[in-house]
Each structure stands twice: as structure tokens, then as C-alpha cells.
Design a protein around this ligand. Structure first.
Ligand code: ADP
Length: 491
């Protein structure tokens, strides 16, 4: 099969979070199965060019219709750790992708409407006719809309779209300007509840809703989150749309790329290890402490890695840090905050705890350090308010770092409480789970983990090994996606 991924991220060249990991990991998993995969991305000025091999211009004269005229683009091709990627660079005063950031601009909706249009134009003009176009998140929600309303009539009638939602919180809201810019034009047609009209603001169009309505298949990234989005307010207003389209909506759990995330091969960690030589994991713990200037002591080390925002349960992250210290555990935090209030709170915390021998806060994005933390920590805490899938707990499991998670979204599908999970045999349990969003709930789970580490180290090691035995690679999700592609291809 020939599959084209259209996305705003692809790890490690463009990564703001899990979306990047998924686009890369899924593409690689599909190629390993013998399918042809190409990835179309924006050419951002700030992406990690050091992760692209053989970048060259592949298509120089791409003219993308925009408002009444057209914007000239160049398309570059390069290999990102073996995956073929096309990077679209527009030459216009809008400077859509030369902003020193991936997201967070006032005109994000126009930037990604343009990218969606340019991706389709590139496919059309370069005569690429994939069996399936796989789009991701709000940034590419307009791809199926334009495909089935416009491009279908210009020679792309056989293409089918799979649309994956990684986060319902950001949906892409536009107005009439999006319609006029992209050439969709007819306002009264698209400002309709059955099409792009936002479910709550009648004067707005919603890109993600467009993606759901027009795609041949829609999924989010775990079965439990699919249920939450459909039946609770986690769908952020799209629950009714999902209800109307439920026959084509489901949850497919993400995988993690075991080539990138593998303690036996990881080039970012000083000591490689597997489940039968956990002593070498301890050497990584020592190296991590040295690097972060934490004292070497007979204490468990608990980590948090992730974006510091409301989704990730920052109030609980904060509490986890102080609770760990009060329970003779050490704590390492690696996170970045985009919201100024949260950012200054954690900077304040970092300064306050600067000389503390048992903790370290690293504020910013640091891929290399993340690997060392996964390898060196004993436990990883994921106290999210909501979590579509969550990769940190799965990476933690792979690195023998016991997850302590809140029972939401994909965390429910991947972590099984050592003491209470009824659906799993004790030998299949792999972590600790709590349910409520208050401090006590978190404490009860952390307490059980810390106690086991101190009082029953052999049992703790057993739990570590049970976690490492889980297979959260892409093997299984790739099979599921292939099943989906095959179904929609024959419709
Ligand atoms: P998100 O909601 O951000 O997509 P996920 O758990 O799905 O969360 O994926 C997070 C990914 O980003 C993981 O690979 C994690 O290691 C990485 N990550 C998050 N924050 C940081 C950071 N500050 N530095 C390095 N890697 C990070």
C-alpha cells in the first residue's frame, strides 16, 4: 500500500510532544511491513536539521492557490532516520513557518490551513496518488474537506483519508477568511452544523470537526480515550459529532518506537541494560544523579517528564515533588511550560529548591536528557487530568521505570495497578494507578510504590521486570491501522 502522512510534526526532526513520536513510529512500522510511506511536513526554520539526511529540493515550482492568487513554494526531500519526508517551504511575506516556533502564533489557523492546501497541491501536481492519506490533529483537519470538496474533481477521486486525533483540546478555529483563502468559498454551505460549523460558536468553522465529518475513518489514540471523547466533556464539544459519526470512529492505542526507545541500544544513555541485567540500570541512576548534581544515596528516584500544562495535572506534579521529598525519595522533573503563569511558578520552585540534594528541576525541552531520566529513574509519575494515550508511561515501562498514573485515557489501557487491578493476574501487573485528582489519591499510589521499593526490593524488581515484558511496540497498532486502511480503500 502507498500511504502519505500529512502532519505538523515528525520526531525527532520536529517534535513538540507525542504527535511527533507517533508520526515517525507509525511510518516506520508500516515500512517495516513492506508498505511505502511518505511524510509531508512544513519546513520550519527551527526544526532539527541535524536529524535530516540528504536534504535536497524535490519540487521547485509548487504554486499553491491562496485567496485570489497563488503562493510559490519549494518542496524539499530528505530522510529522517530512514523515513522519506517532504518539507514544504512557502515563499511569501506571511513567513508561515519561519517563526522560531512550531505553534503559538496568532495566525496558526491560517498557517496550517495553508499547509493543508499546499500538501494536497503537492500531491496533485507531482502526480502522487496514495491509497491512503493519513492526517493528524487539527492542523490537517481541512485536508479531507478540501480533498472531497475540491481535489476529488481534479483527479484525486480514489484517495481515502484516515484522520487521527491526538488531542481534542486544540481544534483549530477559523472564520470566513479560511474559506476564502483556501478556495472553499461557499460560506452558507460550510457554516452548517453537518459540515464545518463549530458546535457552539455559529460564527466559527472548526477544522477538527471538518476532519471528523469528511474523513473515511477517524480515531483517537487509545480505546478508553475514544470512549471518554464520545461520552464525556473530554471531547471538548465534539462529543455529538463523534456520536453522529460513531460507525467510523474508534480508539487505536499508540505504540512506541523500540528502535528509538530501547535501553539495550539507546545511544543517549551511558550503560545499556535489559531485564536480566538490571544492575546496569542502577549505573544509569548514578550517572543521572551525577549529571543533575543530586546526592548518591540509598533512595528511590521518581521522575516527571512532560509538558507543564493543565492537561498534565501540574498541581499534582508539584505535589508529587514535595511528597517524594517528604518520603525520603528523590525527584527529577523535566518539563516545559508555554503558559507564563505555570512557567514562572516552576521557575520559582526551581530557584527555591536549587541547592536541595534530592531534587532537580530542568525546565525546557531536552530529548537527550529525557532518555537518561527514563533509564535512571525508578518510577515515573503521570498524574494527568486527561491523557489521550500518553507515551511517557509506555517508555517508562520499556526502561524498567515503574509508572504511577492517574486512571484516564490511554493510561487506563496501559498501566495495571500492582495491588488492585482485577482484570490482570498479579504477574501481569506493571505499575500503580490512582483515580481522583486530589493530593491524597496521588499520595496513596506514591506511598505504595515507595514502600515497596524500601521494604520489598525483590518484589519491586519483579514489578520492574513485569513492566519491561509488556510489548507496546508499533507491531500491534500497525496491524490495526493496516486493517483500517484496507477497509476504507475498498469503500
Ligand atoms: P503529549 O501530550 O505532550 O503528546 P505524550 O506523553 O504523548 O504527551 O508524549 C510526550 C513525548 O514528549 C515523550 O516522548 C516525552 O519523552 C517527550 N517530552 C515531553 N516533554 C519533554 C521535555 N521537556 N524534554 C524532552 N522530551 C519531552
Amino acid at each position: 500500500m502507498y500511504i502519505v502522512q500529512v502532519a505538523s510534526e515528525c520526531a525527532p526532526v520536529i517534535k513538540a510532544g507525542g504527535l511527533g513520536d507517533v508520526v515517525y513510529g507509525l511510518s516506520r512500522g508500516l515500512e517495516v511491513q513492506g508498505h511505502c510511506v511518505e511524510i509531508i511536513l512544513p519546513k520550519y526554520d527551527c526544526m532539527r536539521y541535524d536529524h535530516i539526511w540528504g536534504l535536497h529540493d524535490a519540487y521547485r515550482e509548487l504554486w499553491v492557490p491562496w485567496y485570489g492568487g497563488a503562493i510559490h513554494c519549494s518542496v524539499y526531500c530528505g530522510w529522517v532516520h530512514g523515513q522519506v519526508c517532504f518539507f514544504i517551504e512557502p515563499h511569501s511575506q506571511d513567513n508561515f513557518f519561519n517563526r522560531g516556533c512550531y505553534y503559538g502564533c496568532n495566525d496558526d489557523n491560517m498557517r496550517f490551513a495553508f499547509f493543508s492546501k499546499a500538501a494536497l497541491e503537492f500531491l496533485l501536481q507531482s502526480n502522487k496518488r496514495p491509497d491512503v492519506i493519513h492526517c493528524h490533529d487539527w492542523q490537517t483537519g481541512l485536508v479531507p474537506v478540501m480533498l472531497f470538496e475540491m481535489y476529488k474533481y481534479h483527479g484525486m477521486e480514489h484517495q481515502r483519508v484516515c484522520y487521527t486525533i491526538h488531542n481534542f483540546k486544540h481544534q483549530g478555529i477559523g472564520g470566513t477568511e479560511t474559506l476564502w483563502a483556501t478556495g472553499l468559498n461557499q460560506e452558507s454551505y460550510y457554516f452548517h452544523y453537518d459540515r464545518l460549523q463549530d458546535n457552539f460558536n455559529p460564527f466559527a468553522i472548526n477544522y477538527m470537526k471538518g476532519g471528523i465529518v469528511y474523513s473515511n475513518y477517524v480515531n483517537t489514540v487509545s480505546p478508553h480515550h475514544a470512549w471518554e471523547a464520545h461520552h464525556t466533556d473530554i471531547g471538548c464539544g465534539l462529543g455529538h459529532t463523534l456520536h453522529l459519526t460513531q460507525d467510523k470512529f474508534a480508539g487505536i492505542l499508540n505504540g512506541i518506537d523500540y528502535k528509538m526507545w530501547n535501553p539495550e541500544l539507546d545511544s543517549y544513555i551511558p550503560y545499556h541494560y535489559a531485564k536480566d541485567n538490571l544492575a546496569d540500570k542502577t549505573l544509569n541512576k548514578k550517572a543521572l544523579r551525577e549529571r543533575l548534581l543530586i546526592q548518591q544515596a540509598d533512595k528511590p528516584l521518581i521522575a516527571f517528564i512532560g509538558r507543564l500544562d493543565a492537561q498534565k495535572g501540574v498541581h499534582l506534579v508539584h505535589h508529587a515533588l514535595y511528597y517524594a521529598l517528604s518520603r525520603e525519595a528523590q525527584f527529577v522533573l523535566l518539563g516545559s511550560a508555554t503558559e507564563p503563569g505555570i512557567n514562572s511558578r516552576f521557575w520559582h520552585e526551581k530557584n527555591y529548591l536549587n541547592n536541595h540534594p534530592d531534587c532537580h528541576l530542568e525546565l525546557g525541552f531536552n530529548e537527550e536528557l529525557a532518555h537518561l531520566i527514563y533509564a535512571g529513574a525508578d518510577m515515573i509519575v503521570v498524574p494527568s487530568n486527561y491523557e489521550p494515550c500518553g507515551l511517557t508511561q509506555m517508555i517508562g515501562l520499556q526502561y524498567g521505570t515503574v509508572p504511577i498514573v492517574r486512571a484516564v485515557g490511554g493510561l487506563v489501557n496501559t498501566v495495571f495497578d500492582r495491588d488492585y487491578e482485577q482484570t490482570k493476574h498479579p504477574e501481569e501487573r506493571n505499575g500503580y494507578v490512582f483515580h481522583q485528582t486530589d493530593n491524597y489519591a496521588l499520595e496513596s499510589a506514591m506511598n505504595r510504590a515507595i514502600q515497596l521499593w524500601y521494604q520489598e526490593p525483590e518484589e519491586f524488581s519483579k514489578l520492574v521486570i513485569q513492566g519491561m515484558e509488556y510489548d507496546y511496540s508499533w507491531n500491534h497498532p500497525v496491524e490495526e491501522y493496516l486493517g483500517v486502511y484496507d477497509r476504507i480503500r475498498h469503500k
